[in-house]
Design a protein around this ligand. Structure first.
Ligand code: NAP
Length: 285
């Protein structure tokens, strides 16, 4: 049976480092401040923001919500972002998604100043990943990299299969791992529809799945000894499960993340780290 990766352990390690950085900032009279920009009322966003607020305040980061009306125009929303960009007290900005229909979220994200873009979603920060010179990046993608490093595996020449090609998870993960000289295949709906997902997954020495479909990956597809990182979050009845059939997969994997308790807590810690990294950059610390 494989080692089950406890995301909370990795998360605590990251948070310990964040605490040290916050003490350093505090000694210079600096407290990071994150502003979450929320448009309209979205129950999922409210839960998410309450969680962010709790995590930030617990560690010593100021947190504020800028609540904007549902009927705001794209231009007005961008103006609000610009104001936050110029506000010296604000060191981080998060744009809560989804935005109301008719607003181009990518366009609005591109207005967040790269040095305040704590989720790494501005095209500039994404571009630095492409160049192999990431300063920060999307939290979940960095969390996946962090977890893989935690296993101690040498990525050089390893067969990595990334299932899912979203802008914030699949694509940046693939780029981050290619830079470590892994051989990365990216699978998506086209791979699935062509009936080729199984053959790709079966040869993966490191498998990362970020799709959002419960049990998409049957446990018996996992290569013996593979590292399995399950990013997916799915509600099945009253249970939260990942995209991988965990009970069977853990018998074959050398390392595997559970859902919940795997990628999620690490992602949360990376957000805190991104806030501190960018605050330090802005304040020249
Ligand atoms: P997304 O934007 O919906 O992307 C899903 C990806 O899966 C797309 O590339 C999609 O391809 C692909 N796909 C869909 N059906 C497929 C299939 N049958 N076979 C192979 N690929 C398929 O989602 P996301 O934002 O990347 O999130 C993915 C999952 O991770 C969700 O469950 C989300 O809740 C979870 N998540 C967890 C965390 C965390 O911290 N733990 C953070 C972020 C996301 P097409 O676009 O071509 O259809």
């Amino acid at each position: 049976m494989g080692n089950i990766i406890d995301g909370k352990v990795i998360s605590e390690k990251i948070k310990d480092q964040v605490k040290k950085e916050l003490e350093l900032l505090k000694s210079k009279g600096i407290t990071p401040k994150l502003v979450a920009v929320s448009v309209g009322e979205n129950p999922a966003s409210i839960v998410y923001m309450n969680q962010q607020k709790k995590n930030c305040e617990k560690i010593g980061i100021n947190y504020e919500i800028l609540q904007l009306p549902e009927n705001i125009s794209e231009i007005e929303l961008c103006d609000n972002i610009e104001k936050l960009n110029k506000n010296q007290d604000v060191t981080g900005i998060i744009l809560q998604l989804p935005l109301p229909k008719g607003i181009d979220s990518r366009k609005v994200q591109s207005k967040i100043a790269p040095e305040k873009d704590v989720e790494g979603v501005n095209p500039s920060n994404m571009g630095w990943i492409l160049y192999g010179r990431a300063i920060i990046g999307p939290c979940t993608a960095l969390a996946v990299k962090e977890i893989i490093e935690y296993t101690g595996v040498n990525l050089y020449g390893k067969e990595v299969v990334m299932v899912g090609h979203s802008d914030i998870v699949g694509k940046p993960v693939a780029l981050l791992l290619v830079d470590k000289f892994a051989t990365v295949s990216i699978c998506h709906i086209g791979t699935f529809d062509a009936g080729k997902l199984e053959e790709h997954v079966k040869r993966a020495e490191i498998l990362i799945v970020a799709v959002g479909k419960a049990n998409l990956i049957p446990g018996d597809w996992i290569k013996e000894g593979a590292i399995v990182i399950d990013v997916g979050i799915n509600k099945v009845g009253d249970k939260i499960v990942g995209d991988v059939e965990f009970d069977k997969a853990k018998e074959r994997a050398s390392w595997i993340t559970p859902v919940p308790g795997g990628v999620g807590p690490v992602t949360t810690a990376i957000l805190l780290r991104n806030i501190v990294v960018l605050t330090k950059m802005q304040k020249g610390v």
